[in-house]
Design a binder for this molecule. Sequence first.
Ligand SMILES: NC(=O)c1ccc[n+]([C@@H]2O[C@H](COP(=O)([O-])OP(=O)(O)OC[C@H]3O[C@@H](n4cnc5c(N)ncnc54)[C@H](O)[C@@H]3O)[C@@H](O)[C@H]2O)c1
Ligand SMILES: O=P(O)(O)OC[C@@H](O)[C@@H](O)[C@H](O)[C@H](O)CO
Length: 382
Amino acid sequence: MKALHFGAGNIGRGFIGKLLVDAGIQLTFADVNQTVLDALNDRHSYQVRVVGEQQQIDTVANVNAVNSSSEAAEDLIAQVSLITTAVGPVVLKLIAPTLAKGLAKRRAAGNEQPLNIIACENMVRGTSQLKDHLFEVLAPEERDWVEAHVGFVDSAVDRIVPPSESADSDPLAVTVETFSEWIVDKTQFKGALPAIPGMEPTDNLMAFVERKLFTLNTGHAITAWLGQQAGHKTIRDAILDQNVRAVVQGAMEESGAVLIKRYGFDPEKHAAYIHKILGRFENPYLKDDVERVGRQPLRKLSAGDRLIKPLLGTLEYGLPHTNLVQGIAAGLHYHSPEDPQAQELAQLLAEKGPAATLVQISGLDAASEVVAEVVQAWQAQA
Ligand SMILES: NC(=O)c1ccc[n+]([C@@H]2O[C@H](COP(=O)([O-])OP(=O)(O)OC[C@H]3O[C@@H](n4cnc5c(N)ncnc54)[C@H](O)[C@@H]3O)[C@@H](O)[C@H]2O)c1
Ligand SMILES: O=P(O)(O)OC[C@@H](O)[C@@H](O)[C@H](O)[C@H](O)CO
């Protein structure tokens, strides 16, 4: 079996690429970073440091790489039976034209074998969003064929992979935590489910996507944003700060109450899930900067993402949301000279003030009580 994976970054190399190669799949990465492409094509292998109480170094071998918008990438799309991505939500739109050209070549070549595409991004139903981008650029005469032959499989992906501390000396170095979880929607595959140990099929994906995004990523973002305010550089230092931890845990519990009500999760098991996540944030073997985890605040504060969607759930069910409000206020305070979204946020705040900025980013109702609550928390944090 052959696969093409878009995005040879931290999750691409450290999680999805490794699982595919471990399953005996012949893997090619597609990326735009020439240094990474050259290193992959030079060495055809790289090492993954798995860190925890026990540490191990695994070698991922026999891999190749192509430029993401090249004809070589299109030709592979025409041949492979699996395409995965870990490029970041904003890049999905950028890879759609290459996908469209590759799928047109596949059809022209008469390749009727099923192809499955799985986006492994931190977003709800990312593959479905990639499909929307693809259909915007796909020629109308290709659409029925693509619907019939290509499975667009949504997934939830969980493994903390910060940039490696050795990245300066080795562009392929990658350090990952021991924990990993990749859950895919088995109802969306075309043809037989590929046998990939570590890929878990479910017919209840939304529950798992929301459980992950609205627990781990909710708590992670708040740890980063409040951590930055308190002067911490890393997620570990931030979560060991009892003031930060209390809000993070409180927000995960508030979001958890929504998830329990919506999906019927067992409350005790959900409490254990939160407890385990707090331990993962504390991992002494990983150096994860608050800037990585707090990045792109406009995306993280948007309507369907990790703060606002759980907040809306608490409003829907009449549940407490004090800590989520603190987290959202902290997101509005997030600053980073390197991050264009943080720059845009600062400009919005300067021009419009906190209430109008929040309403614009999150889609919350300007007249709602909760907007006033966030503004009050924002002022208190200043
Ligand atoms: N790192 C984590 O802990 C983690 C965990 C779960 C999910 N995720 C999600 O995985 C995705 C990737 O995150 P990451 O941490 O690996 O980021 P990353 O920046 O390390 O990797 C992204 C890769 O995509 C490449 N890229 C950019 N534009 C491209 C294009 N047009 N075509 C092909 N490749 C392109 C970049 O060069 C880079 O190698 C994000 O959606 C993230 O939310 C990350
Ligand atoms: O990748 P983002 O920017 O959506 O979120 C930052 C982190 O919370 C995220 O990458 C986590 O490390 C990951 O989701 C763990 O599975």
